[in-house]
Design a protein. Sequence first.
Length: 419
Amino acid sequence: MPSVWRAGAQERCRIRDLSGLQARYLPASASAGLAHHRAEGTGPKEVPCVAGDLVAAGEYWRSRRRFLRQAAQMAGVASMAGMAQGEARARTVGERRFRFLLWNDMHVRDPEAPREYTGYPFANEKAQWAFECAQGRHGIERPDFILAAGDIIDGELADYDLDFAYLKTAIVDRLPVPYLPCVGNHENGQGEGIPQQNVAYDRAFGADRHNYVFTYSGVAFVVVDTSGAHRMPDDVTATRNASVERALSATEGLPVIIVTHVPLIAMREEEPLKASFGFSSWRVLDTRMLDLIEQEADRVIAVLCGHIHLTGVRERKGIYHIMPGGTCGYPSDFASLDVFREHIRVRMHRAPQRWLDRGDDIHGRPRYDHDYTDSEHPGHESYVWGNAQERDFTIPLADEKRPKEYAPCAVSFVPCSAP
Ligand SMILES: [Fe+2]
């Protein structure tokens, strides 16, 4: 088989053992090379090609420009100086709809609050760095809004108000752009559906900021409180799932991005993940929410989450599950998402080296006597930081996943509360 070939009709291209090299295929529908998928690793991989897709393996993956040039020749785009240039040009001049940052697991804490434990060292400093990035500093372009996927405060103290007050004074109230919060378990002590444990969060952001929906430039965002992710199906998870059903109904016809603190799927190989994370909430245990979302996989673009304190992305049934490590520990990063009509560029941004300390890693030493890995992340650094394609990648948008035209570039809340 040549290193670059064109897929046949109804073909699921099986990329054979590449001896550690990577492979990619370029969908025929991606006229400017805007969309691509990857398969990598040493074992056989299967990618769902359709007739006309260009597939590359081996040496061609090592040189993206070389692959795209070869692909351009095969596609008969001889006049272009290479599809790589075409792609760059398209990204440069293509109309970006909007840009937002995904923050999670900052664990900001009031430095004056009484504590019995030390929390994450330099968590406030790293949060301050992220705040400055949101202002357009440190080489990061200013976003249109911030999505906060939970555990933004450290909490775990009797008076949660102190951490919320510090968070608002130091960061939220000074942001130049809207801030959209999602509840994490550190905001309420795993207290989803327990009113007395949510008093401080509600006072900070409002009781209507648990399960809510907003749109921005033709994309719907469904924010879901999963702070009780450890719960097996019960009244609380039924209420959660009913709100997701209403939200999906209220946003019918729109592309959707889900925001949750706790992931809906295992973000690493399941058994190592359960062991390295060490808590029951390695994903949302009631899977009804995942089922509801996957029933709408034609228009659900992604699930954005946090909680696990490692950086990963997984694709399941065409939905991207995206989880930055959060800024508080090791790894330490947040994500930016640039939304175009035909794709979303996702990038992880690493905190400054001076605040990175392996001692903050909850998936290896010193918490355990060894460092965890899995088959897709054979080294511990990649296990916690993610592989290269988990830190900078593109989500193709087609058909129902494309942002709707002529939609306003402003946060617009969609009413869908319980009747
Ligand atoms: Fe956390």
